[in-house]
Design a protein around this ligand. Sequence first.
Ligand code: UDP
Ligand code: MG
Length: 313
Amino acid sequence: MLSVIVPVKDEEEAVGAFVTRVSAVLDGLRETDGTPLSWEVLFVDDGSTDATMAAICAANRADPRIRALSLSRNFGKEAALSAGLDHARGAAVVPIDVDLQDPPEVIGAMLEKWRAGFDVVYGVRRNRQSDSLPKRMTADLYYRAHNWLSMDKIPEHAGDFRLLDRKVVDVIKVMPERNRFMKGLFAWGGFRQTAVEYDRVERRLGRTKFNYWKLWTLAIDGITSASTVPLRVWSYLGGAIALGGILFALFVIAKTILFGSDVRGYPSLMVAVLFFGGLQLMSLGILGEYVGRILVEVKHRPIYIVRETVGDA
Ligand code: UDP
Ligand code: MG
């Protein structure tokens, strides 16, 4: 069976069109022996406050292969995806957005690669023309920064739209962290991975849920969960500065012994104080980022809470 998991937050306009198009695509897929492929679509309602659930319930009445979980509040897309992975039943699982920016037709190509022996088939956007220039530039910068800082490289311009084999899903399910940066978790898991290319279109129904601040927060989650380089860099920087300080002190001592002292030097003193003050606050802030994350992890609260299920999800 193939499970398609769909996180949704306030998407009443988009659910109907999504169900129509995805059902048609999935009904067209075949097992290797030519029989129709069995499938399920699992919506994860991430605390929607509009008629999203009503739309999903209507879809479930029309086709029981469409199921849903409804979370008790908005937990964020990463948590919603975790919930979907936990409740999916398929031998292969495909997370996809409801806005049809990722064409479901690509699932067929993913299935082919999966049958050819790959465990993770991620979709890579052939171009990002549907994104604005600032979005493209910041996304580019992010992938570079992440992959430079982290040991587990995430494929550039691959979203959450991908096919995961059951064994990969089972690995992700037992990862205990609360900070669910899914792309990072997928990358960390390893397995045989490959890509399929596709064109990402613009969102036609509903509005994007990610503004730049949310994307920035997601970027920090991604980097801090995958890399400790931002913590360690201060030791090296501090060491280099201390070494410079010692050399400078030797110079000052020698100069004082040879030429006596003079009281000039206020500007350089001020510059040094301000520079190091700023540097120290910044490194403290980065420490704080990690300490805050440790706090969240040790609290061990659940990643999401299910309020209700539709169609024995
Ligand atoms: N989404 C979610 N919870 C959130 C925000 C978004 O489940 O808190 C869902 C949303 O309904 C959509 C998917 O995540 O199905 C991707 O969101 P969106 O299309 O707004 O992101 P973008 O494509 O702009 O990056
Ligand atoms: Mg979208």
